[in-house]
Design a protein around this ligand. Structure first.
Ligand code: FES
Ligand code: FES
Length: 203
């Protein structure tokens, strides 16, 4: 069986077998590795999220025939500036650890920011309910969405400055920081090694 669709701006015709999902076609036939299988195709984790005609959807629950003539965009198909804004925001705010959920999350956030130039933290939280992350806790992901939102309309990829969650842990218990950690020194938080590559699904 064959399906013809637009993948990251190029028309492709992919041959597939009975029982394969869109995720299988993307990974095994089109060799797109950013979309992951995190729940054996049950539709629970969001690691396989792609844009289908501009809407973020899990690809593991779609039959290949359903994307005939449609436009699919994966992380690989985003332009460089959007890749930078999203991946650097996730890394800066500490929202990338193992990185397995990150490309699906990144696509979900892209779809959301395209539709919602501004939104509340609650709206952001609702938008990512279909994307599970076992590592980071969702607050850092919401921080990253806020950071990306600030750069999205202007398409400014300069994601510099300290992370939002940069407070001394003991502050909430009334302790004061006894010394200011040096940048990249003991006591400072560091960004995930190769985090940007992980967020973009290159690792
Ligand atoms: S692999 Fe598609 S939702 Fe988990
Ligand atoms: S599952 Fe590991 S960073 Fe989200």
């Amino acid at each position: 069986m064959n399906v013809t669709f637009t993948l990251n701006g190029k028309e492709v015709t992919a041959e597939y077998e009975e029982g394969m999902s869109v995720l299988d076609v993307l990974r095994e036939v089109c060799l797109i590795k950013s979309c992951k299988d995190g729940c054996s195709g049950q539709g629970f984790c969001g690691a396989c999220t792609v844009l289908i005609n501009g809407k973020a959807m899990v690809s593991c629950r779609q039959k290949p025939a359903s994307i005939e003539g449609k436009e699919i965009i994966t992380v690989e198909g985003l332009d460089r500036v959007e890749q930078e804004i999203l991946s650097k925001s996730l890394v800066k705010e500490g929202a990338v650890q193992c990185g397995y959920c990150s490309p699906g999350l990144l696509i979900r956030i892209k779809g959301f920011l395209d539709q919602h130039p501004t939104s509340t933290r609650e709206q952001k939280a609702k938008a990512i309910t279909g994307n599970l992350c076992r590592c980071t806790g969702y607050q850092r992901i919401l921080d990253a969405m806020e950071t990306a939102e600030e750069h999205w309309q202007t398409k400014n990829p300069d994601i510099s400055g300290p992370p939002r969650r940069n407070k001394f842990f003991g502050e909430q218990y009334g302790f004061e920081r006894e010394f200011q950690p040096k940048e990249h020194g003991v006591g400072s938080s560091t960004q995930r090694y190769r985090g940007v590559d992980m967020a973009l699904g290159k690792k």
